[in-house]
Design a protein around this ligand. Structure first.
Ligand SMILES: [Zn+2]
Length: 250
């Protein structure tokens, strides 16, 4: 084998490898990452597309063999995944874990109104339909800020530490964070989870204002602020990923 083959680089890997399966072909996008320790196959959190992260020194042939060997697993993963749910007319989305139906109304002024009818919840969105996704996202961000601000205030008061600011972001890797200058950041998607989960997340980040780590001391603070924290933590582990398919085009 030549040295060139052994030290296969990005340029030698195709962008996509097509796998064969009895139910039909399945395409896997290849990403080259020289820092990767091994080949990792996963579904993209947002789009559900199969992605293989390839380390350095791996040949296209090796990648193909590995992926084909995992094709049953991959097809099962793809089938398990719920479809994305863009914010469009007729979509049903959770807000504080309660299903809300999105309805579009042809009116010039762009607003979002919450209607509660016969036990059903409707989010009535007016204005240009092409702006619906952004409008609903903005409304959810506002709700998230409102609930998180209230939750953080209660925990901060109890702990005796105040954050310098609260930021609402769209992060896929983390639900929340606490910076050295006491800024607490949260993903707006937490507003779709049950309120006790949002409250746990707020308590978790507030506790970092005392302990910038995940030591026993840190968890003791969390337990103090939010006695049922284990339930919220487990919910995020089990269902958190599912909240990333809302407001995303398929
Ligand atoms: Zn933490």
């Amino acid at each position: 084998m030549t040295r060139g083959r052994l030290f296969s680089r990005k340029k030698e890997l195709p962008p996509i490898i097509r796998l064969h399966h009895p139910t039909g072909p399945i395409d896997v996008r290849l990403r080259f990452n020289p820092r990767a320790k091994r080949l990792i196959l996963r579904l993209d959190t947002r789009t559900g597309e199969p992605i293989a992260t390839c380390p350095a020194n791996i040949s296209a042939e090796k990648v193909g063999q590995f992926l084909q060997g995992h094709v049953d697993w991959l097809v099962e993963k793809c089938n398990d995944r719920q479809p994305n749910m863009p914010f469009e007319h007729g979509a049903v989305i959770p807000v504080r874990a309660i299903p809300h139906t999105l309805e579009h109304e042809d009116e010039a002024r762009g607003t979002v109104k919450l209607l509660e009818e016969d036990g059903g919840h409707i989010l009535l969105v007016s204005g240009n339909e092409s702006h619906m996704n952004r409008r609903v996202t903005d409304w959810l961000k506002k709700q998230a800020r409102q609930d998180l601000t209230a939750s953080v205030a209660i925990h901060a008061e109890k702990l005796g530490r105040r954050p310098s600011a609260i930021r609402i972001k769209d992060t896929t890797s983390r639900w929340g964070s606490c910076s050295a200058d006491r800024v607490l950041s949260f993903s707006w998607r937490i507003i779709m989870a049950p309120p006790h989960v949002l409250d746990y997340l707020a308590a978790h980040e507030v506790a970092h204002l005392r302990e910038m780590n995940h030591s026993d001391r840190f968890w003791a603070h969390v337990a103090d602020l939010c006695p049922a924290f284990e339930v919220g933590r487990k919910w995020l582990r089990d269902h958190g990923r599912d909240l990333h398919r809302y407001g995303v085009e398929d």
